[in-house]
Design a protein around this ligand. Sequence first.
Ligand code: HEC
Ligand code: HEC
Ligand code: HEC
Ligand code: HEC
Length: 249
Amino acid sequence: MRRTEIAKIAAAAILALGVTSAMATITGSKHDLSATGGGTIKADAGQNNDEICVYCHTPHAANTDFAGAPLWNKATPSSGSFTMYGATAANTAGQTIAGTSTDQQPNAPSLACLSCHDGVSAINSIVNAPGSGGYNASGQLVAFGATAAGTAKTMPAGVTQIGTDLTNDHPVSITYVEGAASLKPTTTAVTGWSGASTIADLLRNGKVECVSCHDPHLGESDTFLRRNAGTVGEASNKGSKVCLTCHDK
Ligand code: HEC
Ligand code: HEC
Ligand code: HEC
Ligand code: HEC
């Protein structure tokens, strides 16, 4: 092998390493709810709450209501309370312009996001708190900012409070029907997405859910968009590439 070739390979390897280390930076993001996290909604310091994953996952005694959101560490939001895209009442299927029906309620992967973003569920609820003896099936409420332990801290009003009314949000828990709403075939290759090489990989049980577009761990995108890993420094949705991945518009 010539020297220049070796140098090129080494440079490529360094670049690849750089890409890898830029991925999955939940630490210090708004989803890092430990006392040292990046947002304003987070745990108080000094009460054994310096863990990051624990606000969503637990290694043991997880709430298995959330199939698809693994080892989920939060209580289940009250059922039947969501109004789906295109629906006229809560707990009924919605109808899109293209004629596809949503499910009556969000499925578990989306419900996991809504277990903090619905404005009703407690963000500071943990089923299995850090350390010994921290288990409480209905969820413990730990101290969060001005909110004392035992008091629910819900998502404040504003754009991050998705709410229980999903009529003004991109449809979720909806089957991906090729051709409807100019949707591309599910076998279409996708670039720049984390954990996906085709559109099919973005779907959960063939449906669009919050995690189709977002990865809650990818904190280097300020809106946790899943299309980020490909091109370093490129904004995730530049040129609406997130949307144009599925819609042939
Ligand atoms: C804000 C909530 C949240 C936090 C905090 C969080 N996760 Fe997750 N995690 C999720 C959700 C939601 C899913 C399901 C994703 C999906 O269905 O694509 C998931 C899935 C996973 C998975 C399985 C999916 C995969 O392919 O990787 C692993 C492993 C994981 N998380 C590890 C972690 C670790 C380790 C931490 C702490 C460093 C962490 N998570 C922090 C929400 C969170
Ligand atoms: C454990 C609670 C929790 C869970 C679960 C959770 N989030 Fe969040 N998320 C937050 C908090 C807290 C913020 C910061 C909100 C703020 O400051 O207004 C946030 C912020 C965000 C933001 C960035 C908002 C911005 O404009 O900067 C996005 C996007 C987001 N979450 C999406 C999701 C998605 C998608 C899921 C599910 C895969 C999810 N979240 C699950 C607590 C959570
Ligand atoms: C079809 C793709 C898609 C789906 C599905 C989706 N989002 Fe988003 N979401 C986005 C994009 C793109 C942005 C960034 C919008 C921007 O930059 O203005 C965003 C932004 C957000 C924000 C930040 C506030 C804002 O509007 O800028 C939150 C919070 C959020 N999403 C949560 C969710 C939750 C929770 C779900 C599931 C109920 C969900 N998203 C489903 C694409 C999606
Ligand atoms: C993962 C694939 C996927 C991505 C990414 C995606 N969409 Fe969609 N979108 C869908 C599906 C599936 C539907 C439901 C289509 C139907 O009616 O059958 C839909 C529906 C819609 C609708 C409503 C159509 C109707 O019939 O009511 C609009 C508008 C839309 N998307 C715009 C967007 C925009 C804007 C973005 C980027 C922020 C985006 N989509 C990203 C899959 C996606």
